[in-house]
Design a protein around this ligand. Structure first.
Ligand code: CA
Length: 217
């Protein structure tokens, strides 16, 4: 899953980036509105964390623009402390949830997991398919209850497929959702990740749909 963090306070942006990467997400960041707008319109994000007070173009303007353009990506806004009107305006402009500053990183992560879950039509905090369970709270994967060790990219591939369970996902789509924007992308590596995941989780766990992509049932 790939997340865009839009925050102009450098230290906070770095903390968010570090925490999200640690939690198993691919992360891009922007420190001002124009860059955020460019990234949101050119990259495929699963979620955007958007600070409302930004230089150049403010967060509310961006959000309204994105929604008018038909962008359906879930947006979690960061609002100033005690500013109830900012929350109301944010939600009325198309935000899906908010966190007030200052916040605990755990709260941002929990709200973000809930939004990703809902976007994928999942009800439970753990994602399950057959004998495999993926817990986004700890970035943990188990097979038949036993912990399975995955590299960060293997985890991202599995997490995306599990969030899209039942749907065929193309290689191109996987690439869009597991790599940050500045990462060298190579479609051959997807095949390598899938092969490694099959070795660890069972050969039939990820189905290949000829000419279309991959699917977890
Ligand atoms: Ca700000």
């Amino acid at each position: 899953m790939k997340i865009l963090v839009v925050e102009d306070e450098t230290s906070l942006a770095q903390q968010l980036r570090a925490a999200l990467t640690e939690a198993g997400y691919a992360v891009d960041s922007a420190v001002e509105g124009e860059r955020a707008d460019f990234l949101a319109q050119t990259e495929q994000y699963d979620l955007v964390v958007l600070d409302l007070g930004l230089p150049k173009i403010d967060g509310l303007t961006l959000l309204r623009k994105w929604r008018e353009a038909g962008l359906v990506t879930p947006v979690l806004i960061l609002t100033a402390r005690g500013s109830w009107h900012e929350k109301v305006q944010g939600i009325d402009s198309g935000a899906d949830d908010y966190v007030s500053k200052p916040f605990r990183m755990e709260e941002v992560l929990a709200r973000l997991r809930a939004l990703l879950r809902r976007a994928g039509g999942q009800l439970t905090p753990e994602l399950r398919a057959g004998k495999v369970t993926l817990d986004p709270r700890q970035a943990r994967v188990t097979l038949d209850g036993a912990l399975v060790r995955l590299t960060s990219h293997e985890f991202r591939v599995l997490s995306y497929l599990m969030h899209q369970r039942g749907r065929v996902v193309s290689q191109m789509e996987l690439i869009e959702h597991i790599y940050a924007q500045d990462f060298d992308r190579d479609s051959n590596t997807i095949e390598v990740f899938i092969a490694r995941l099959r070795r660890k989780l069972g050969n039939s766990f990820i189905e290949t749909v000829r000419g279309l992509g991959y699917r977890i049932e």
